[in-house]
Ligand binder design. Structure first.
Ligand code: FAD
Length: 452
């Protein structure tokens, strides 16, 4: 019987258990539904990245991808009935949005006697599977990681030697293709090469050139010491299990596996606490005083805070739809602890602009910095944006790449323009707040919140 393979965050052919399961059922109809809730007007980088990845998959299939635009509950059912499918195969979705959407589609398919089959997930270990002995979820990363490593993960799924692809004739596919192309054209940033082949090529390059120095250089935005695979993982152009299976022994490999574990951990936390997408995971800081986002928040968004590393990061985000992890922590800390703005405002801005914008990693990356998440006692950790710059961009190269107004300052001088005559000669803005003062304000806010 014909089976539909409905791809959402698993836009690849290799190591794809849901596709394998569909292929075992019979002829496979590969379907992508462009949901207006996710691809609204195509203007946001992450929409363009999704569009580019769908187009790459379509090309891999020789233009055979079935494309529909609309609400999945209508479109999936319509295509399933059109092709006489007995089942719709997916990889399991565990985000709050994905769960709601899938529950609706599943119920609508059931009304027509069409099966819903979930196989695998976008994670090495499906969220919800690693639990404590008493069945409760982990809240602490180190304990989760131990259990995650003990649990292990399945070997990558083999691509079936022969898949009988099928597609209904007619349909609005060409219109949807054109809409996807328009989203790619109009996003205003240079996207990386999209799709599975590009993901695997990036992985090969990292294995050859980056992994051996990863443990040492991953924190260095000036050295490009990380894999930059997060956009591919976000859309499932490559599965984390493929990456884990390709790692040999060594310090770099160990560290890289543990970063992939963070990704699984945060997905697990969100699975158990869906409300933590937009609110504090713990109530410990519930009484904390925040400032409403205003002109300083907008200066932060534009990369005009007067703190070079913060501004370089925010401008990298605007230019590339991506930011280095160390700098994400620094800019997030600046918003939460120097400008005293509640983390969901920053997370929403990131989610709009990041091409790897992932609800779980984003919300919990922010909560880790803000001190409201899974970490035990981080409220006193306030990143000093200048000390961080001196440690992780010691020659000022990352800053000069993204902040042209500081390019006339050589070496580390670009990190402290206020110390130099001529530091502001090319229009770089003065610091919008005094970090030392704001740090004390934050610590006082925390002291009051902890007491209440
Ligand atoms: P590498 O260092 O090469 O790591 C390999 C992979 O491990 C990454 O691609 C990613 O999938 C995973 N990983 C690494 N670090 C983390 C981490 N701290 N948490 C979760 N997974 C991790 N990551 C996202 O994928 N999407 C987001 O929306 C996102 N938002 C973030 C927001 C904040 C405030 C912070 C502090 C971190 C956020 N991260 C997010 C985590 C991290 O910054 C990125 O995964 C990383 O920068 C991606 O670059 P890379 O692929 O070169 O990472």
């Amino acid at each position: 019987m014909t089976a539909i393979w409905w791809c959402r965050r698993d836009l690849r052919l290799r190591d794809n258990p849901a596709l394998c399961a569909a292929a075992e059922d019979g002829p496979v109809v590969p379907l992508v539904v462009v949901d207006p809730a996710l691809l609204h007007d195509g203007a946001r980088p992450r929409e363009a990245w999704f569009a580019a990845t769908v187009l790459a998959l379509d090309e891999q299939l020789g233009g055979g991808l079935v494309l529909r635009r609309g609400v999945p509950v209508d479109e999936v059912v319509a295509v399933a009935r059109e092709v006489g499918a007995s089942a719709v195969h997916v990889s399991r979705e565990t985000t709050p949005f994905g769960r709601r959407r899938d529950a609706a589609v599943r119920a609508a398919l059931a009304e027509h006697g069409i099966d819903w089959v979930e196989t695998g997930s976008p994670y090495a270990v499906t969220p919800g599977r690693v639990v404590k002995a008493d069945g409760s979820p982990y809240r602490v990363f180190s304990a989760f990681q131990r259990a995650w490593r003990e649990h292990r993960w399945p070997r990558p799924a083999r691509l079936p030697s022969e898949i009988h692809w099928n597609a209904p004739s007619g349909g609005p596919d060409e219109d949807v293709r054109e809409e996807l192309r328009a989203a790619v054209r109009s996003c205003g940033i240079a996207l990386p090469a999209a799709g599975e082949e590009a993901a695997l090529a990036a992985w090969d390059r990292f294995l050859a050139d980056g992994l051996a120095r990863y443990a040492r250089d991953r924190d260095r935005p000036d050295l490009d010491g990380s894999s930059r695979l997060s956009p591919y993982l976000k859309v499932g152009a490559v599965h984390p299990r493929t990456l884990l299976a390709g790692l040999g022994p060594g310090e770099g490999a160990e560290k890289f596996a543990s970063e992939l574990c963070w990704r699984d951990f945060y997905a697990d936390v969100l699975h158990h606490h869906p409300e933590s997408l937009t609110t504090d995971l713990t109530g410990a800081l519930a009484g904390l005083e925040y400032s409403a986002p205003g002109p300083e928040f907008e200066a932060w968004q534009r990369g005009e805070t007067g703190y070079p590393l913060v501004d370089a990061g925010m401008r990298q985000l605007l230019a590339e739809g991506w930011m280095h992890n160390r700098v994400r922590m620094v800019v997030a800390s600046f918003l939460a602890k120097d400008l005293h703005v509640w983390w969901p405002h920053g997370a929403a801005h990131f989610q709009d602009l990041l091409i790897d914008g992932d609800p779980a990693s984003n919300a919990h990356g922010w909560q880790w910095v803000a001190g409201t998440g899974t970490d035990a006692a981080p409220y006193f950790r306030v990143f000093n944006p200048t000390a961080q710059a001196e440690k992780f961009d010691p020659r000022g190269e990352y800053v000069r790449t993204y902040v042209p107004e500081l390019r006339h300052l050589s070496g580390a001088a670009a990190l402290t323009p206020w110390k130099l005559p001529g530091g502001y000669d090319h229009g770089y803005p003065e610091r919008i707040v005094d970090h030392a003062e704001e740090r004390l304000v934050t610590l006082e806010h925390y002291r009051v919140a902890k007491k209440s």
